[in-house]
Design a protein around this ligand. Sequence first.
Ligand SMILES: Cc1cc2nc3c(=O)[nH]c(=O)nc-3n(C[C@H](O)[C@H](O)[C@H](O)COP(=O)(O)O)c2cc1C
Length: 450
Amino acid sequence: MTRIHLNAFDMACAGHQSAGLWRHPEDQGHRYRELGHWLELAKLLDQGGFDALFLADVLGVYDVYGGSRDAAVADAAQFPVNDPTMAISAMASVTERLGFGVTISTTYEQPYALARRLTTLDHLTDGRVAWNIVTSYLDSAARNLGLDSQIPHDERYDIAEEYVEVCYKLWEGSWEDDAVVRDVERGVYTDPAKVHDIGHKGKYFSVPGPFLCEPSPQRTPVLFQAGASKRGLKFAASHAEAVFVSGPSPKVVRKSVDALRAAVAEQGRDPRSVKVFTMLTPVVAETSEEAQAKLRSYQELVSVPGAFALFGGWTGVDLSELALDEPLTYADSNANRSALASFTTADRAWTPRELAEFIGLGGRGPVFAGSPGEVADELERWVEEADVDGFNLAYVTTPGTFADFARWVVPELRRRGRVPEAPEGPTLRERLGFPGPRLAPPHPGASYRR
Ligand SMILES: Cc1cc2nc3c(=O)[nH]c(=O)nc-3n(C[C@H](O)[C@H](O)[C@H](O)COP(=O)(O)O)c2cc1C
Protein backbone atom coordinates (compact mmCIF):
# COMPACT_ATOMS: atom_id res chain seq x y z
CA MET A 1 0.00 0.00 0.00
CA THR A 2 1.43 3.40 -0.98
CA ARG A 3 2.56 5.48 1.92
CA ILE A 4 0.88 8.86 2.49
CA HIS A 5 3.17 11.56 3.86
CA LEU A 6 1.74 14.17 6.20
CA ASN A 7 3.01 17.65 6.94
CA ALA A 8 1.28 20.20 9.15
CA PHE A 9 1.23 23.50 7.26
CA ASP A 10 1.70 26.55 9.46
CA MET A 11 3.43 29.91 9.65
CA ALA A 12 4.83 32.05 12.48
CA CYS A 13 1.76 34.28 12.48
CA ALA A 14 -1.75 34.47 13.94
CA GLY A 15 -3.72 33.85 10.75
CA HIS A 16 -2.29 31.59 8.07
CA GLN A 17 -4.70 30.25 5.39
CA SER A 18 -8.16 30.71 6.95
CA ALA A 19 -8.80 34.44 7.09
CA GLY A 20 -10.83 35.62 10.07
CA LEU A 21 -10.69 32.33 11.95
CA TRP A 22 -8.42 33.88 14.57
CA ARG A 23 -11.75 34.98 16.07
CA HIS A 24 -12.72 31.39 16.84
CA PRO A 25 -12.70 30.89 20.63
CA GLU A 26 -10.60 27.74 20.33
CA ASP A 27 -7.99 29.18 17.99
CA GLN A 28 -4.59 29.65 19.58
CA GLY A 29 -2.85 31.16 16.59
CA HIS A 30 -2.29 34.35 18.56
CA ARG A 31 0.15 32.39 20.72
CA TYR A 32 2.60 32.29 17.79
CA ARG A 33 4.83 34.61 19.87
CA GLU A 34 5.20 32.04 22.64
CA LEU A 35 7.81 29.32 22.50
CA GLY A 36 5.42 27.16 24.55
CA HIS A 37 2.90 27.25 21.70
CA TRP A 38 5.42 25.79 19.26
CA LEU A 39 6.70 23.19 21.70
CA GLU A 40 3.16 21.93 22.38
CA LEU A 41 2.40 21.82 18.66
CA ALA A 42 5.63 19.99 17.85
CA LYS A 43 4.95 17.34 20.50
CA LEU A 44 1.40 16.88 19.25
CA LEU A 45 2.60 16.37 15.66
CA ASP A 46 5.51 14.12 16.64
CA GLN A 47 3.26 11.82 18.64
CA GLY A 48 0.42 12.19 16.15
CA GLY A 49 2.10 10.59 13.13
CA PHE A 50 3.00 13.70 11.13
CA ASP A 51 6.23 13.59 9.14
CA ALA A 52 7.03 17.28 9.45
CA LEU A 53 5.94 20.73 10.42
CA PHE A 54 6.12 22.83 7.26
CA LEU A 55 6.48 26.55 7.84
CA ALA A 56 5.59 29.12 5.19
CA ASP A 57 7.06 32.60 5.23
CA VAL A 58 6.79 35.97 3.52
CA LEU A 59 8.87 39.11 3.94
CA GLY A 60 6.15 41.65 3.19
CA VAL A 61 2.58 42.66 3.88
CA TYR A 62 -0.34 41.80 1.55
CA ASP A 63 -1.25 45.18 0.10
CA VAL A 64 -2.65 44.45 -3.38
CA TYR A 65 -6.37 44.20 -2.46
CA GLY A 66 -7.94 47.64 -2.73
CA GLY A 67 -4.44 49.07 -3.12
CA SER A 68 -4.06 48.98 0.67
CA ARG A 69 -2.67 46.83 3.46
CA ASP A 70 -5.62 47.57 5.77
CA ALA A 71 -7.57 44.35 5.17
CA ALA A 72 -4.52 42.17 5.79
CA VAL A 73 -3.53 44.11 8.89
CA ALA A 74 -7.02 44.17 10.41
CA ASP A 75 -7.59 40.48 9.72
CA ALA A 76 -4.17 39.17 10.75
CA ALA A 77 -3.77 37.77 7.23
CA GLN A 78 -0.16 36.55 7.56
CA PHE A 79 0.61 39.79 9.37
CA PRO A 80 2.20 40.22 11.89
CA VAL A 81 4.65 37.47 11.01
CA ASN A 82 7.76 36.33 12.87
CA ASP A 83 10.90 34.64 11.58
CA PRO A 84 10.09 30.94 10.97
CA THR A 85 13.48 29.46 11.87
CA MET A 86 13.91 30.61 15.47
CA ALA A 87 11.71 28.05 17.23
CA ILE A 88 12.97 25.02 15.31
CA SER A 89 15.87 23.90 17.48
CA ALA A 90 13.70 24.24 20.58
CA MET A 91 10.99 22.13 18.91
CA ALA A 92 13.60 19.54 17.97
CA SER A 93 14.63 19.26 21.60
CA VAL A 94 11.16 18.05 22.66
CA THR A 95 10.54 15.71 19.72
CA GLU A 96 12.07 12.47 18.50
CA ARG A 97 11.44 12.22 14.79
CA LEU A 98 9.39 15.17 13.56
CA GLY A 99 10.94 17.01 10.61
CA PHE A 100 10.91 20.76 10.08
CA GLY A 101 10.45 22.29 6.64
CA VAL A 102 11.25 25.96 6.55
CA THR A 103 10.49 28.38 3.75
CA ILE A 104 13.31 30.76 2.88
CA SER A 105 13.48 32.87 -0.26
CA THR A 106 16.50 32.95 -2.56
CA THR A 107 15.74 36.53 -3.52
CA TYR A 108 16.73 38.57 -0.49
CA GLU A 109 19.60 36.85 1.29
CA GLN A 110 23.12 35.74 0.36
CA PRO A 111 23.57 31.95 0.00
CA TYR A 112 26.73 31.95 2.12
CA ALA A 113 24.77 33.14 5.18
CA LEU A 114 21.66 31.07 4.51
CA ALA A 115 23.64 27.84 4.02
CA ARG A 116 25.17 28.32 7.46
CA ARG A 117 21.78 28.88 9.10
CA LEU A 118 20.33 25.73 7.61
CA THR A 119 23.39 23.63 8.46
CA THR A 120 23.23 24.90 12.03
CA LEU A 121 19.62 23.73 12.18
CA ASP A 122 20.52 20.39 10.62
CA HIS A 123 23.14 19.86 13.35
CA LEU A 124 20.82 20.94 16.16
CA THR A 125 17.94 18.78 14.91
CA ASP A 126 20.12 15.73 14.11
CA GLY A 127 19.22 15.85 10.44
CA ARG A 128 15.55 16.74 10.49
CA VAL A 129 15.51 19.92 8.40
CA ALA A 130 14.09 20.68 4.98
CA TRP A 131 14.39 23.93 3.03
CA ASN A 132 11.38 25.07 1.03
CA ILE A 133 13.08 27.02 -1.75
CA VAL A 134 10.92 29.92 -2.90
CA THR A 135 11.59 33.03 -4.93
CA SER A 136 8.93 35.26 -3.25
CA TYR A 137 5.92 37.00 -4.77
CA LEU A 138 5.23 40.24 -2.88
CA ASP A 139 6.24 43.64 -4.24
CA SER A 140 5.94 44.95 -0.68
CA ALA A 141 8.82 42.66 0.32
CA ALA A 142 10.98 43.90 -2.54
CA ARG A 143 10.32 47.56 -1.68
CA ASN A 144 11.39 47.07 1.91
CA LEU A 145 14.47 45.08 1.02
CA GLY A 146 16.15 47.73 -1.07
CA LEU A 147 14.49 47.35 -4.47
CA ASP A 148 11.93 49.55 -6.25
CA SER A 149 9.84 46.52 -7.17
CA GLN A 150 10.31 42.78 -7.52
CA ILE A 151 13.00 41.32 -9.74
CA PRO A 152 11.18 39.91 -12.81
CA HIS A 153 9.59 36.50 -12.22
CA ASP A 154 11.83 34.35 -14.42
CA GLU A 155 15.02 36.14 -13.42
CA ARG A 156 14.24 35.35 -9.78
CA TYR A 157 14.49 31.70 -10.77
CA ASP A 158 17.78 32.33 -12.65
CA ILE A 159 19.12 33.76 -9.41
CA ALA A 160 17.74 30.74 -7.52
CA GLU A 161 19.61 28.38 -9.88
CA GLU A 162 22.95 29.99 -9.11
CA TYR A 163 21.96 30.28 -5.45
CA VAL A 164 21.51 26.55 -5.00
CA GLU A 165 24.70 25.86 -6.95
CA VAL A 166 26.59 27.93 -4.37
CA CYS A 167 24.81 26.06 -1.58
CA TYR A 168 25.71 22.66 -3.06
CA LYS A 169 29.35 23.71 -3.29
CA LEU A 170 29.28 24.79 0.36
CA TRP A 171 27.27 21.85 1.69
CA GLU A 172 28.65 19.02 -0.41
CA GLY A 173 32.03 20.12 -1.76
CA SER A 174 33.82 22.23 0.81
CA TRP A 175 34.44 19.78 3.61
CA GLU A 176 35.60 16.18 3.48
CA ASP A 177 33.75 13.82 5.81
CA ASP A 178 36.80 13.16 7.97
CA ALA A 179 38.09 16.75 8.10
CA VAL A 180 37.47 17.16 11.83
CA VAL A 181 40.09 15.07 13.64
CA ARG A 182 40.24 16.66 17.14
CA ASP A 183 43.78 15.33 17.49
CA VAL A 184 44.86 16.61 20.89
CA GLU A 185 48.46 15.40 20.57
CA ARG A 186 49.10 17.06 17.25
CA GLY A 187 47.05 20.10 18.23
CA VAL A 188 44.83 19.78 15.17
CA TYR A 189 41.07 20.20 15.47
CA THR A 190 40.33 20.26 11.74
CA ASP A 191 42.77 19.03 9.07
CA PRO A 192 43.38 22.12 6.87
CA ALA A 193 44.00 19.88 3.82
CA LYS A 194 40.44 18.56 4.05
CA VAL A 195 38.65 21.89 3.98
CA HIS A 196 38.38 23.40 0.51
CA ASP A 197 37.67 26.83 -0.91
CA ILE A 198 34.69 26.64 -3.22
CA GLY A 199 35.98 29.35 -5.58
CA HIS A 200 32.55 30.38 -6.83
CA LYS A 201 32.37 33.37 -9.16
CA GLY A 202 29.10 33.67 -11.04
CA LYS A 203 26.69 36.24 -12.44
CA TYR A 204 24.94 36.92 -9.13
CA PHE A 205 27.19 35.61 -6.37
CA SER A 206 30.85 35.52 -5.49
CA VAL A 207 31.95 33.09 -2.77
CA PRO A 208 35.67 32.31 -2.90
CA GLY A 209 36.17 30.74 0.51
CA PRO A 210 35.31 27.56 2.40
CA PHE A 211 32.03 26.79 4.17
CA LEU A 212 31.91 27.93 7.76
CA CYS A 213 30.29 24.75 9.08
CA GLU A 214 31.42 21.18 9.30
CA PRO A 215 29.13 18.63 7.60
CA SER A 216 25.77 18.02 9.27
CA PRO A 217 23.86 14.71 9.20
CA GLN A 218 22.08 15.44 5.91
CA ARG A 219 24.69 17.94 4.59
CA THR A 220 22.16 19.41 2.16
CA PRO A 221 18.79 19.74 3.91
CA VAL A 222 15.87 18.02 2.18
CA LEU A 223 15.03 20.30 -0.73
CA PHE A 224 11.40 21.28 -1.10
CA GLN A 225 10.25 23.70 -3.77
CA ALA A 226 6.97 25.55 -4.18
CA GLY A 227 6.08 27.32 -7.40
CA ALA A 228 4.61 25.64 -10.44
CA SER A 229 4.84 28.17 -13.27
CA LYS A 230 6.68 27.02 -16.41
CA ARG A 231 9.94 28.41 -15.07
CA GLY A 232 9.18 27.13 -11.57
CA LEU A 233 8.68 23.61 -12.88
CA LYS A 234 12.01 23.70 -14.69
CA PHE A 235 13.73 24.69 -11.45
CA ALA A 236 11.89 21.97 -9.50
CA ALA A 237 12.73 19.32 -12.10
CA SER A 238 16.44 19.86 -11.51
CA HIS A 239 16.61 20.54 -7.79
CA ALA A 240 13.54 19.52 -5.81
CA GLU A 241 13.36 16.32 -3.82
CA ALA A 242 9.84 17.26 -2.80
CA VAL A 243 7.42 19.77 -4.28
CA PHE A 244 4.58 21.64 -2.64
CA VAL A 245 1.65 22.29 -4.96
CA SER A 246 -1.85 23.58 -4.45
CA GLY A 247 -5.07 23.66 -6.40
CA PRO A 248 -8.80 23.43 -5.87
CA SER A 249 -9.33 19.93 -7.31
CA PRO A 250 -7.40 16.73 -8.10
CA LYS A 251 -7.90 17.52 -11.79
CA VAL A 252 -6.11 20.88 -11.52
CA VAL A 253 -3.31 19.51 -9.36
CA ARG A 254 -2.86 16.45 -11.60
CA LYS A 255 -1.90 18.73 -14.50
CA SER A 256 0.97 20.24 -12.50
CA VAL A 257 2.03 16.85 -11.18
CA ASP A 258 2.12 15.26 -14.64
CA ALA A 259 4.11 18.19 -16.02
CA LEU A 260 6.49 18.02 -13.06
CA ARG A 261 7.12 14.28 -13.27
CA ALA A 262 7.72 14.54 -17.04
CA ALA A 263 10.19 17.38 -16.49
CA VAL A 264 11.98 15.41 -13.75
CA ALA A 265 12.36 12.45 -16.12
CA GLU A 266 13.81 14.77 -18.77
CA GLN A 267 16.52 15.70 -16.29
CA GLY A 268 17.48 12.02 -16.05
CA ARG A 269 15.93 11.63 -12.61
CA ASP A 270 13.33 9.06 -11.57
CA PRO A 271 10.00 10.91 -11.72
CA ARG A 272 8.72 8.97 -8.70
CA SER A 273 11.74 10.05 -6.65
CA VAL A 274 10.23 13.53 -6.27
CA LYS A 275 7.60 13.57 -3.53
CA VAL A 276 4.64 15.80 -4.24
CA PHE A 277 2.64 17.34 -1.41
CA THR A 278 -0.65 19.12 -2.03
CA MET A 279 -2.48 21.47 0.30
CA LEU A 280 -5.72 20.36 1.95
CA THR A 281 -7.63 21.50 5.03
CA PRO A 282 -9.34 18.68 6.91
CA VAL A 283 -12.34 19.24 9.17
CA VAL A 284 -12.93 16.02 11.04
CA ALA A 285 -15.20 14.83 13.82
CA GLU A 286 -16.43 11.48 15.06
CA THR A 287 -19.40 11.49 12.69
CA SER A 288 -20.09 13.00 9.31
CA GLU A 289 -22.92 15.16 10.73
CA GLU A 290 -20.72 16.58 13.47
CA ALA A 291 -18.02 17.40 10.94
CA GLN A 292 -20.50 19.22 8.69
CA ALA A 293 -21.84 21.20 11.67
CA LYS A 294 -18.28 22.13 12.59
CA LEU A 295 -17.61 23.26 9.03
CA ARG A 296 -20.71 25.50 9.06
CA SER A 297 -19.61 27.09 12.32
CA TYR A 298 -16.20 27.82 10.78
CA GLN A 299 -17.71 29.30 7.63
CA GLU A 300 -19.58 31.89 9.71
CA LEU A 301 -16.25 33.31 10.87
CA VAL A 302 -14.57 33.73 7.49
CA SER A 303 -13.40 37.24 6.66
CA VAL A 304 -13.86 37.86 2.94
CA PRO A 305 -11.67 41.01 2.89
CA GLY A 306 -8.95 39.03 4.66
CA ALA A 307 -9.23 36.21 2.11
CA PHE A 308 -9.14 38.68 -0.78
CA ALA A 309 -6.09 40.34 0.75
CA LEU A 310 -4.30 36.98 0.70
CA PHE A 311 -5.44 36.26 -2.84
CA GLY A 312 -4.15 39.66 -3.98
CA GLY A 313 -0.71 38.97 -2.57
CA TRP A 314 -0.51 35.46 -4.02
CA THR A 315 -1.65 36.33 -7.52
CA GLY A 316 -1.09 40.08 -7.91
CA VAL A 317 -4.81 40.39 -8.80
CA ASP A 318 -6.87 43.03 -6.96
CA LEU A 319 -10.35 41.47 -6.66
CA SER A 320 -11.81 44.83 -5.59
CA GLU A 321 -11.55 45.87 -9.23
CA LEU A 322 -13.78 43.04 -10.46
CA ALA A 323 -17.56 42.66 -10.36
CA LEU A 324 -18.60 39.81 -8.06
CA ASP A 325 -19.67 37.58 -10.93
CA GLU A 326 -16.99 38.53 -13.43
CA PRO A 327 -14.72 35.55 -14.25
CA LEU A 328 -11.02 36.06 -13.67
CA THR A 329 -8.62 36.05 -16.60
CA TYR A 330 -5.00 34.91 -16.61
CA ALA A 331 -2.18 37.30 -17.35
CA ASP A 332 1.50 36.70 -16.55
CA SER A 333 2.18 38.54 -13.32
CA ASN A 334 5.26 39.11 -11.25
CA ALA A 335 3.64 37.22 -8.35
CA ASN A 336 2.80 33.51 -8.04
CA ARG A 337 1.75 32.53 -11.55
CA SER A 338 0.69 29.00 -10.73
CA ALA A 339 -1.67 30.32 -8.03
CA LEU A 340 -3.50 32.43 -10.60
CA ALA A 341 -3.43 29.71 -13.25
CA SER A 342 -5.13 27.26 -10.89
CA PHE A 343 -8.21 29.54 -10.79
CA THR A 344 -8.21 30.54 -14.46
CA THR A 345 -6.58 28.46 -17.18
CA ALA A 346 -6.05 25.13 -15.38
CA ASP A 347 -9.70 24.13 -15.37
CA ARG A 348 -12.19 27.01 -15.42
CA ALA A 349 -12.28 30.71 -14.63
CA TRP A 350 -13.53 31.46 -11.13
CA THR A 351 -15.47 34.59 -10.10
CA PRO A 352 -14.78 36.68 -6.98
CA ARG A 353 -18.05 35.39 -5.48
CA GLU A 354 -16.90 31.77 -5.87
CA LEU A 355 -13.42 32.61 -4.62
CA ALA A 356 -14.83 34.28 -1.52
CA GLU A 357 -16.46 31.01 -0.57
CA PHE A 358 -13.54 28.81 -1.55
CA ILE A 359 -10.40 30.53 -0.29
CA GLY A 360 -11.91 31.85 2.97
CA LEU A 361 -11.16 28.51 4.61
CA GLY A 362 -7.90 26.78 3.75
CA GLY A 363 -6.67 29.27 1.13
CA ARG A 364 -5.90 27.89 -2.31
CA GLY A 365 -6.45 24.25 -1.34
CA PRO A 366 -9.73 22.43 -0.77
CA VAL A 367 -11.48 21.93 2.56
CA PHE A 368 -12.88 18.50 3.25
CA ALA A 369 -15.23 17.82 6.17
CA GLY A 370 -16.15 14.32 7.24
CA SER A 371 -15.83 11.42 9.62
CA PRO A 372 -12.38 9.80 10.01
CA GLY A 373 -13.23 7.21 7.37
CA GLU A 374 -14.53 9.83 4.94
CA VAL A 375 -11.45 12.00 5.35
CA ALA A 376 -9.17 9.00 4.83
CA ASP A 377 -11.17 8.09 1.70
CA GLU A 378 -10.79 11.64 0.39
CA LEU A 379 -7.01 11.62 0.95
CA GLU A 380 -6.78 8.30 -0.87
CA ARG A 381 -8.85 9.74 -3.72
CA TRP A 382 -6.42 12.65 -4.06
CA VAL A 383 -3.41 10.32 -4.01
CA GLU A 384 -5.02 8.30 -6.79
CA GLU A 385 -6.46 11.08 -8.94
CA ALA A 386 -3.84 13.80 -8.49
CA ASP A 387 -0.88 11.39 -8.20
CA VAL A 388 0.46 13.08 -5.07
CA ASP A 389 2.58 11.48 -2.33
CA GLY A 390 1.23 13.42 0.59
CA PHE A 391 -0.39 16.51 2.01
CA ASN A 392 0.47 19.81 3.56
CA LEU A 393 -2.50 19.96 5.91
CA ALA A 394 -3.58 23.53 6.60
CA TYR A 395 -5.51 24.45 9.69
CA VAL A 396 -8.80 26.19 10.37
CA THR A 397 -7.95 26.55 14.05
CA THR A 398 -4.59 25.72 15.53
CA PRO A 399 -3.79 23.37 17.12
CA GLY A 400 -7.42 22.13 16.88
CA THR A 401 -7.30 20.99 13.25
CA PHE A 402 -4.02 19.13 13.78
CA ALA A 403 -5.18 17.56 17.07
CA ASP A 404 -8.42 16.34 15.46
CA PHE A 405 -6.49 14.89 12.53
CA ALA A 406 -3.98 13.12 14.78
CA ARG A 407 -6.76 11.76 16.97
CA TRP A 408 -9.23 10.62 14.32
CA VAL A 409 -7.61 10.25 10.92
CA VAL A 410 -4.06 9.03 11.56
CA PRO A 411 -5.25 5.83 13.30
CA GLU A 412 -7.53 5.18 10.32
CA LEU A 413 -4.66 5.76 7.87
CA ARG A 414 -2.51 3.41 9.94
CA ARG A 415 -5.19 0.74 9.76
CA ARG A 416 -5.14 1.14 5.99
CA GLY A 417 -1.35 0.80 5.88
CA ARG A 418 -0.88 4.37 4.66
CA VAL A 419 1.01 5.68 7.68
CA PRO A 420 3.58 3.48 9.45
CA GLU A 421 3.27 2.66 13.15
CA ALA A 422 6.85 3.84 13.67
CA PRO A 423 8.46 6.41 11.40
CA GLU A 424 11.42 5.61 9.19
CA GLY A 425 14.51 7.59 9.95
CA PRO A 426 16.45 8.84 11.72
CA THR A 427 16.85 11.76 9.30
CA LEU A 428 14.00 13.56 7.55
CA ARG A 429 15.37 12.51 4.16
CA GLU A 430 15.06 8.83 5.13
CA ARG A 431 11.67 9.42 6.69
CA LEU A 432 10.44 10.73 3.35
CA GLY A 433 11.53 7.49 1.68
CA PHE A 434 14.96 8.37 0.30
CA PRO A 435 17.60 5.65 0.67
CA GLY A 436 20.07 7.51 2.89
CA PRO A 437 20.61 10.68 4.88
CA ARG A 438 22.36 12.53 2.06
CA LEU A 439 21.61 13.63 -1.48
CA ALA A 440 22.18 10.78 -3.90
CA PRO A 441 23.06 10.80 -7.62
CA PRO A 442 21.65 11.67 -10.10
CA HIS A 443 20.58 14.69 -8.06
CA PRO A 444 22.83 17.51 -9.30
CA GLY A 445 23.82 18.48 -5.75
CA ALA A 446 25.48 15.09 -5.25
CA SER A 447 27.95 15.79 -8.07
CA TYR A 448 29.72 18.42 -5.92
CA ARG A 449 30.65 15.86 -3.27
CA ARG A 450 34.32 15.05 -2.77
C1 LIG B 1 1.84 25.82 -2.75
C2 LIG B 1 2.78 26.98 -2.78
C3 LIG B 1 3.26 27.51 -1.58
C4 LIG B 1 4.13 28.60 -1.58
N1 LIG B 1 4.58 29.12 -0.40
C5 LIG B 1 5.36 30.22 -0.40
C6 LIG B 1 5.79 30.84 0.80
O1 LIG B 1 5.49 30.40 1.90
N2 LIG B 1 6.55 31.95 0.72
C7 LIG B 1 6.92 32.48 -0.48
O2 LIG B 1 7.62 33.51 -0.50
N3 LIG B 1 6.53 31.91 -1.63
C8 LIG B 1 5.77 30.81 -1.62
N4 LIG B 1 5.35 30.25 -2.80
C9 LIG B 1 5.67 30.88 -4.10
C10 LIG B 1 7.06 30.67 -4.58
O3 LIG B 1 7.84 31.62 -3.91
C11 LIG B 1 7.34 30.90 -6.00
O4 LIG B 1 8.74 30.85 -6.12
C12 LIG B 1 6.92 32.19 -6.65
O5 LIG B 1 5.73 32.71 -6.19
C13 LIG B 1 6.69 31.91 -8.08
O6 LIG B 1 5.76 30.89 -8.20
P1 LIG B 1 5.38 30.36 -9.61
O7 LIG B 1 6.57 29.66 -10.14
O8 LIG B 1 4.21 29.43 -9.42
O9 LIG B 1 5.02 31.59 -10.40
C14 LIG B 1 4.51 29.17 -2.81
C15 LIG B 1 4.04 28.63 -4.01
C16 LIG B 1 3.19 27.54 -4.01
C17 LIG B 1 2.71 26.98 -5.31
